[in-house]
Ligand binder design. Structure first.
Ligand SMILES: *Cc1c(COP(=O)(O)O)cnc(C)c1O
Length: 220
């Protein structure tokens, strides 16, 4: 646990000031979150709703919880009362459900569109073409419970750094296009969530302003 503060410090010192660090605590125990909290970290990412609810019970209230994993529509209701940002919106129906549950809690929930830019077939997310079609449909404008706040992606799982760079670049190109076309003058559409333990330096070079780092902070 002592390592956690040291590692957090080291990672923070590498990040430019405009890049936020999300500590990905999924699969790590509440004591690990507590150690990071004591070292000043306040934003944590989880990807299982049950695990998130359990941890939240024992941890301080001023933690900002982000949901980063694939989310099934039937589970939105469990996190809607408190979640600060949902990173992985991968279908129009999921976004509609988040809006519905947010309204039931009298909240607005910030959400990111997950783009599928990696070479693997199995990953979730909108293709660039589908994301464009969805934004141009304007359907999302009729969802009062959500605020689209940017784009999230995962790069290909590979050692080929050129490929990783290309994936992030596609996400950034889409982000810029979407901001200029659909959110002109709207500062809320600003988040570029990409970069994990293995690739965050490249992600930052390619426009990320929110890195999601788990194992580099928490693993033994
Ligand atoms: C687990 C996970 C991360 C963190 O991955 P590490 O390699 O442990 O840094 C980031 N984003 C998502 C969506 C994840 O599921």
């Amino acid at each position: 646990m002592e390592m956690i503060a040291t590692r957090l410090q080291a990672i923070r010192s590498e990040l430019p000031p405009e890049v936020r660090l999300l500590a990905v605590s999924k699969y790590y125990p509440a004591e690990a979150v507590r150690a990071a909290y004591d070292a000043g970290q306040r934003c944590f990412g989880e990807s299982r709703w049950r695990e998130l609810l359990t941890k939240r019970e024992t941890l301080p209230d001023d933690i900002e919880w982000h949901y980063i994993g694939h989310l099934q529509r039937g589970n939105v209701k469990y996190i809607a009362p408190f979640v600060q940002l949902i990173h992985a919106i991968d279908t129009p129906r999921l976004l509609a459900e988040v809006s519905h549950q947010a309204q039931r809690c009298q909240r607005t929930i910030r959400c990111l569109l997950q783009l599928h830019v990696a070479e693997e077939e199995t990953k979730f997310g909108f293709s660039v073409d589908d994301a464009e079609a969805y934004l141009s449909s304007g359907e999302w404008r009729a969802l009062p419970g959500v605020q689209l706040a940017g784009v999230m992606c995962m790069a290909s799982h590979t050692d080929d750094t050129q490929r990783i760079r290309r994936d992030f670049r596609r996400a950034y190109d889409f982000f810029r296009h979407a901001r200029n076309t659909y959110f002109p003058g709207d500062d809320a559409f600003s988040i570029r969530s990409w970069g994990m333990s293995g690739d965050y330096p490249i992600a930052i070079e390619e426009g990320s302003n929110m890195v999601r780092i788990g194992s580099a902070i928490f693993s033994e």
